[in-house]
Every structure is written in C-alpha cells, then in structure tokens.
Design a binder for this molecule. Structure first.
Ligand SMILES: Nc1ncnc2c1ncn2[C@@H]1O[C@H](COP(=O)(O)OP(=O)(O)O)[C@@H](O)[C@H]1O
Ligand SMILES: O=C(O)C1=C[C@@H](OP(=O)(O)O)[C@@H](O)[C@H](O)C1
Length: 409
C-alpha cells in the first residue's frame, strides 16, 4: 500500500500547484490538500518548505512531502534539499530561460564534465527552467542493465561493459527532443558518443579540480567506482585521481560546443572562490552557453563607432548593424562584405552600411541577430581586432518588429 501510494504520488506530481500555496511571512511555505482517488480513497498531502542560509549566504530550501491515507501516516515521499528558486536568481533564470527557449528548437542539451562538476545538480535546475525533461545517463544505464548502481555494474561486469551500455543509452537519447542530459564524466572519451551528442547542444561544465575534489571528498566516493577504494585522505586521493583522469580527458571535453567555466563566472562576478557560485548561477550561464552555440556560422566584424557595436553576417550573406539599444541602423550586402574582407581591415559603419529607415525594416529577413559589444582601448574601430573579447551580448529578433529580447553582461 505504502509503496504504491508513494509511486502514484510520484506520477501525479501535478497535484502540487506550488504557485497557489500561500507563502508565510516567516519564509516558510505550507500547503495541504485533499484528493479523491478513483477508489474513493481520501489522501492527505502536506509539504513543508523551510528556507535556510548557508555559510555563503545562499538560500537553500529543505522540502518535505508527506502523505497520509485515511488519517494514518503512510509515506514521506521525498525530503531533499533544493536550492531556493524563489529568489532573485530564480527570477533571472526564469526570464533568461523564457527568452532562450524558442532558440533551442527542442534540441537536447548534453552536459559533459568531470565527476562532481554538477551536471546532475545544475542539469535538473536548467531542465526545469527551460521546461525540458531531465535525464541522468547513468540512471538510464542502471535501468537498462537492471542493476541499481553504476558502482555495481563496474563490479559485476567491468568498465568496458558499462561504456558499451553508456553508448547505447546516448544513441537512444539522440532521437529524443527537449531533454537536458547529464552524461557520465567519461562519456566524452568515445568518439562514437560525440556522433550522438552532436545532435544536440553539448556544454562542458568546467570546474577546477580542487573544487571537484572538495565536493567528492564531502559526499564520498561510493557511487563513483573510478575514485573508490583508496585508503588515506579523501581530498588528496580524489584530487590525485581526478588529475590523472582530467589529463586524459580534457581534450575530449573541449569538443563540446560550449563551455561554462566556473573560473570565468567567478571572475565576472568578482568572486575569489568558485565555491560561492550557486547551481542556479551556473544554470543561467548554461542558458547563455546554449545561445552562444548559434553564433557558429556567423562572422564577426567590427563595425563603426569603434566601441559601440559589432555587426554579424548570417549565412544568407546579409548583415545588420544595430546600436546598443537594438535599433537597426543599417543593412549591408555580401558585396560590401567581400570588399571588406579583401581589404582585411575594419570598415567604417557609415560607408559599409546602407542606412535604412524605420519603415524599411520590414525588408529585413526574419532572423536572429547577435550583437557583441566590446570596448576598444582607444575607441576607434581599427583597435578592434580578433579575437574579439565578449563583454556583453544582445540578441534581437528581426521579425520585423525589432525589439531587444535578450541581453547579457
Ligand atoms: N555549484 C555547486 N556548488 C556547490 N556544490 C555543488 C554545486 N554543484 C554541485 N554540487 C555538489 O557536488 C556534488 C556532485 O554534484 P553532481 O551534480 O552529482 O555532479 P555530477 O553529476 O557532475 O557528477 C553534489 O554533492 C552536489 O550537491
Ligand atoms: O568519469 C567517469 O568515467 C564516470 C563518471 C560517473 O558519472 P558522473 O560524472 O555523473 O559522476 C559514472 O558514469 C561512472 O562512475 C564513470
């Protein structure tokens, strides 16, 4: 009875309409409800949400759902620590996610990275935010083999068997849409796996080895067979083992279409330590990384006003210049581009672009325009040379009612 009820609750999670629940001034949230089942069984469900702050002043929530049937306690469904997604970060994540969602076109997102890099933790947050399903590739293998843990699969059948099953799981997933997939840390080493992952957008979660070793030492190595069974200091063991694996794998991680580097995020936010970066912040960056994927196939050219804007050429050969607020200021043709390329130097906005009036904007094709803003040291276009450091980005939809839909930095 208990198991089947809990199972039904898991399937019927839509019962929980969280936005309807009153949030108390103390910061805790309670809800309760009565539900009639087909068999006229009365089920009472209650949940308790208790936000706490950790030493980094991040808010976390412990969330517990318990359920009783005909007045007797039957099951506590889950008690898990979820990051508080009610705060400012949640709002940013929600907004960015809504904006980026149409651009993903339902393509799966494959998170790759070392063990402990947060593929599962961040992947779950990311999937919720973009309304994708989440899939842990290791879990898929466990289900397929019928063995409850990867550690046991390694023990019973060996690593090669696990790798074959991992490839099969990725092949299956490659026909799916709207999934955020947390891949196993070693999935990147087989070329064949990249054939499948390339069907979606792969993002490498690049986390410093010291941070990985700290996380793994904190949770233990039981579930990670490649790190287990070493006597001695947990941090040092994990660090040593991870360093060896990373040495062999880092080139393979670089195959990912986009990289989310915790060191870069920390630098951007002015944090000394990557351990202060919350999973929600990383998910926000992952949204960005997925968008960056679209930049492939576009040519970046510095355009007029030195520091104010960049123009992009999209594959049809037309290109657009726009100011920082997103107003399109001109549209150019392939001829001008070719001329510019031959000259091999930055061109001036006024000469390169045919100015267009507001009314003429309807001439523009439906396309997405990415603007990269960068600052040149002297403020002159000639100062802008590749590689162009990305300071901020705006994505506009030219459709033809031009409006800024996304900005970054
Ligand atoms: N941004 C983060 N800050 C602190 N701890 C994190 C962060 N992301 C993940 N963790 C912790 O690190 C451990 C490994 O994370 P997990 O998501 O399981 O990694 P992976 O799926 O890449 O192996 C977990 O205990 C998780 O709570
Ligand atoms: O790095 C690896 O080779 C592995 C990582 C694990 O996944 P996580 O990265 O999710 O821990 C799991 O697939 C297996 O233990 C092997």
């Amino acid at each position: 009875m208990e198991a089947s009820l809990a199972q039904r609750m898991q399937i019927s999670t839509t019962w929980v309409d969280s936005y309807k629940f009153p949030r108390k001034s103390t910061g805790s949230l309670r809800f309760s409800g009565r539900f009639k089942e087909q068999k006229r069984l009365q089920v009472f469900v209650s949940a308790h949400y208790r936000p706490v702050r950790d030493e980094n002043r991040h808010r976390w929530a412990s969330f517990e759902v318990s359920c009783s049937c005909n007045s007797s306690q039957v099951s506590t469904l889950e008690s898990e620590s979820l990051q508080d997604l009610f705060g400012e970060e949640a709002l940013i994540l929600k907004n960015k996610s809504q904006e980026i969602e149409p651009y993903l076109n339902g393509r799966c997102i494959y998170l790759v990275g070392m063990m402990g890099s947060g593929k599962t933790t961040v992947g779950k947050i990311l999937s919720r935010s973009i309304r994708y399903s989440f899939c842990d590739c290791d879990k898929l293998v466990e289900q397929d083999v019928g063995v409850p843990s990867v550690a046991e699969i390694f023990e019973i059948y060996g690593e090669d068997f696990f790798r074959d099953k991992e490839t099969e799981a990725l092949e299956k997933l490659s026909t799916e849409h709207r999934f955020v997939v947390s891949t196993g840390g070693g999935a990147v080493i087989r070329d064949e796996n990249w054939i499948y992952m390339r069907k979606g957008i792969s993002v490498w979660l690049d986390v410093p080895l010291e941070e990985l070793a700290q996380r793994i030492a904190a949770v233990g190595t039981k579930s990670r067979p490649l790190l287990d069974n070493e006597p001695g200091d947990a941090y040092n063991n994990a660090f040593r083992r991870l360093s060896t694996l990373f040495e062999k794998r880092h080139k393979a991680y670089e195959n990912a279409k986009a990289t989310v580097s915790l060191e870069n995020i920390a630098a951007k936010l002015g944090y000394k330590d990557v351990s202060s970066i919350t999973p929600a912040m990383i998910a926000i960056e992952q949204n960005m990384a997925c968008v960056m994927h679209y930049v492939e196939g576009f040519h970046l050219l510095p355009a007029g006003f030195g520091m104010r804007m960049m123009s992009l050429v999209w594959p049809t050969g037309r290109y657009i210049a726009a100011d920082l607020k997103g107003a399109v200021m001109g549209v150019g043709s392939e001829d001008v581009l070719e001329k510019h390329k031959l000259q091999g130097k930055p061109f001036r906005y006024a000469k390169a672009f045919e100015s267009i009036s507001c009314a003429d904007r309807t001439r523009l094709p439906k396309a997405t325009l990415f603007l990269f803003h960068q600052r040149s040291k002297t403020g002159t276009p000639s100062d802008l040379q590749p590689p162009y450091p990305l300071l901020s980005m705006t994505i506009l939809e030219v459709n033809p009612d031009i409006h800024s839909i996304f900005s970054y930095g």
